[in-house]
Design a protein around this ligand. Structure first.
Ligand code: SAM
Length: 294
């Protein structure tokens, strides 16, 4: 959905400067910051990943790109198992989520339609961001970008969501810091993430791998039928695991307790959480900074 209002919201993801639109034939084609950094707009989608990426992200960039390629295959081939379309599952997270005001969905996925957990948010209040350009045109305002370099001004959202995306980012600390930056005081961060595997030992990782493969296979049989499911699982097994990655899709598994501790140090409180078995959903509020007495 090409929507003029998205440009008004954007800043340079590196310097946070406002951007000037460059138009051709009445269409925005480039966004240029005071520093001279340029971002391209293709088919109405602002592409806000700087090129080259800042040095802090460079060491793991190629590994992450390979994981993203792997992910894209799985998300498109079997969206039912690899994206959040199931309203029953997402409703359990919504019991502890706070999605009010303008909502930023960080890692919204590659699909044309919105994930189930944000289906009730008015379209004008919702912005999805993902590094996968994915299916176009989207049915919502979409920005091509990464969590570590959010192209939005400070305090511009009432809520942010990481739903099954925090364990895919390059740098969890940077991503959480950026989420805190773009949240208004009193705004909420909402996270759904895996609790497993806590074990670093090889046996724990093998059990985890087998459990995931079994879940994928069951879903594939249900969605694709037995023959295509076998083909899908064989293709998954062949996806490369790049150096330094934990599996074909993740280069880290952040632990929920550690994420909560980081957010507390950043000044978040009012934790509301729900244990969902192998996953957890929780929300935390960015504390209001008390106004000085007049
Ligand atoms: C498992 S999918 C979840 C998609 C969607 N949230 C859902 O639940 O349907 C993980 C998403 O995280 C995105 N992702 C990976 N690295 C990211 C980053 N650095 N910043 C933002 N999103 C990222 C992926 O592109 C992918 O779309």
């Amino acid at each position: 959905m090409a929507d003029q209002r998205i440009y008004e919201l954007l800043v340079c993801p590196v310097t946070h400067d406002r951007l000037e639109s460059v138009e051709q034939d009445g269409c925005t084609v480039q966004l240029v910051g005071a520093s001279g950094r340029r971002y391209y707009v293709r088919e109405g989608v602002p592409s806000m990943i700087p090129d080259p990426v800042p040095a802090v992200l460079a060491p793991h960039w190629r590994t992450w790109e390979q994981l993203q390629d792997n992910g894209l295959y799985a998300y498109i081939a079997l969206p039912a198992a690899n994206t959040s379309q199931d309203t029953e599952e997402t409703d359990r997270a919504l019991e502890v989520f706070h999605l009010s005001g303008r909502v930023l969905d960080i890692g919204c996925g590659p699909l044309r339609k919105r994930p189930a957990y944000v289906r009730n948010i008015p379209l004008e209040d919702y912005v999805g961001l993902d590094p996968l350009l994915g299916e176009q045109p989207r049915e919502f305002r979409f920005v091509h970008g990464i969590a570590e370099l959010l192209p939005f001004p400070d305090q511009s959202f009432g809520a942010v969501v990481f739903y099954s995306s925090l364990d895919h980012v390059l740098d969890v600390g940077l991503a959480l810091g950026q989420a805190a930056r773009v949240l208004q005081q009193g705004g909420w961060i909402n996270i759904w993430m895996d609790k497993e595997p806590q074990e670093e030992a090889a046996t724990g990782r093998i059990v985890h791998f087998v459990q995931r493969a079994a879940r994928q296979f069951r879903a594939a049989v249900r969605e694709l039928g037995i023959l295509r499911a076998i083909r899908y699982v064989l293709r998954l097994a062949k996806l490369p695991i790049p150096e330094g990655a934990r599996d074909q899709f993740h280069h880290q598994f952040p632990k929920p307790d550690e994420v909560i501790a980081v957010l507390e140090r950043m000044g978040f409180g009012n934790l509301k959480s729900r244990d969902l078995g192998t996953e957890i959903a929780f929300s935390m509020q960015r504390r209001e900074v008390p106004r000085p007495a007049e």
